[in-house]
Design a protein around this ligand. Structure first.
Ligand SMILES: Cc1ncc(COP(=O)(O)O)c(C=O)c1O
Length: 390
């Protein structure tokens, strides 16, 4: 890897993966690794999924990429499939390549129709890698909801509370991540979100649901916002919708589409509305539907969470949480986190490690038996660390 710059901020752990299948990756020595991070939450249907690969093979035989003025029916078919699962009839979709791009275009659209620029966002939301979302200095209202998480009145959530009242009246859009992946797998309270949406909408602002990690069935519903009492005006979808192929979707409600008819908007990017990405999106939705993977994610999620709960000892494992197949495990400190992470890799298990926090996002297709193997290995490693603190 002498000529490849790794600037992801993560150390390279397995330098040469030569094959994959379902939940497994294989290195050049034939060692297998169970991928419980689903390739940074992308391979929702598992690696080398035969139906997705078949669609890719068949689509490249006709048309992979065309250009702005040349389209293909597959795009409309994929858009219809997306609109049916997002409950936004009459809406429209733009197909792009990454979650960051889907968020970028939607922010540009809302700024364009609203003629104003301030974005409301939860403090722990990760929205992408563009500087426009990393540098949240100007034109942002960052809503720190840490106290709301433990607020005794969480279920009622008083709209007159100082925190909610501090939201400015000129919000262009509320960019909601309905279950923060990078923010340690926390799910904001329903009543708080309802109030935030009302405040923004009462001032004519828009709501964008960022479903890059919480979409595509991950949380036991098609989309994370469906756990909340609200409907977004726009939705960004990425990662799992391509099962590893780089495609994302920016979805607009029919009302917004009408606004754009009156105020035309331009955004051109070479890989906008590519037929190959659209074919993948349509098939990912079809596979999830055919195999009931959304309800399976809910059912398996409850079972797996109960298995993960076995690890909690209030000493080295402080807690676990999750929704659907999106889990977090809190270890007592970063040093233990790093040690356990390395041992898991050594034993052939990949999780996402951020200091003392482990995130576990297996493919929706994982079996109880496969997850059971991971739990057994995780338990054994943690048991060997029982005296870590003494
Ligand atoms: C919540 C969330 N939104 C957006 C993104 C950006 O997606 P991408 O990396 O595909 O640009 C990420 C990436 O991890 C994410 O976790």
């Amino acid at each position: 890897m002498d000529n490849v710059l790794n600037c992801s901020g993560h150390d390279l752990k397995i330098p040469n993966i030569v094959d994959s299948e379902g939940v497994y990756l294989f290195d050049e020595n034939g060692k297998q690794y169970m991928d419980l991070e689903s390739g940074v939450w992308c391979t929702a249907l598992g690696h080398k999924n035969s139906r997705i690969n078949k669609v890719i093979n068949s689509q490249i035989k006709s048309i992979m990429h065309a250009g702005f003025c040349y389209s293909s029916e597959i795009l409309d078919e994929a858009a219809k499939a997306i609109l049916s699962i997002t409950d936004l009839p009459g809406g429209k979709c733009v197909f792009l390549c990454s979650g960051s791009e889907a968020i970028e275009i939607l922010r540009q659209i809302s700024r364009h129709v609203m003629g104003r620029t301030r974005t409301l966002v939860l403090h722990d939301a990760y929205l992408g890698s563009y500087s426009a979302v990393i540098n949240r200095n100007e034109d942002w209202h960052i809503f720190d909801w840490r106290k709301c998480e433990t607020c005794p009145k969480q279920n009622e959530c008083d709209p007159g509370c100082d925190k909610l009242q501090s939201i400015p009246g000129d919000i262009t859009e509320f960019l909601l991540e309905p279950g923060s992946a990078s923010g340690f797998v926390r799910f904001p309270p329903r009543a708080m979100i309802r109030n935030m949406v009302d405040i923004v909408r009462n001032n004519n602002g828009k709501v964008i649901a960022n479903e890059v990690t919480t979409g595509t069935g991950r949380t036991g519903k098609w989309f994370g916002y469906q756990h909340y009492d609200m409907e977004p005006d726009m939705i960004s979808i990425g990662k799992g919708i391509g099962n590893g192929y780089p495609v994302s979707v920016a979805v607009l409600s029919s009302a917004l589409v009408k606004e754009l008819e009156e105020k035309p908007f331009k955004y051109s990017q070479s890989h906008q509305n590519d037929p190959l990405g659209a074919a993948v999106v349509r098939e990912v939705i079809q596979v999830i539907d055919d195999d009931n993977l959304v309800s399976e994610a809910e059912k398996k999620g409850k079972y797996f969470l109960s298995q993960l709960n076995r690890l909690v000892d209030n000493k080295i494992v402080l807690g676990v949480r999750g929704k659907g197949l999106m889990f977090a495990v809190d270890l007592v400190n970063e040093q233990l986190g790093d040690e356990v992470f390395d041992e898991l890799i050594e034993q052939g298990f990949i999780v996402c490690n951020r200091g003392s926090l482990f995130r576990i996002d297996p493919p929706l297709t994982i079996s109880d038996e496969e997850f059971g193997k991971f739990i057994d290995a995780f338990c054994a490693i943690l048991a060997s660390k029982k005296n870590f603190l003494s």
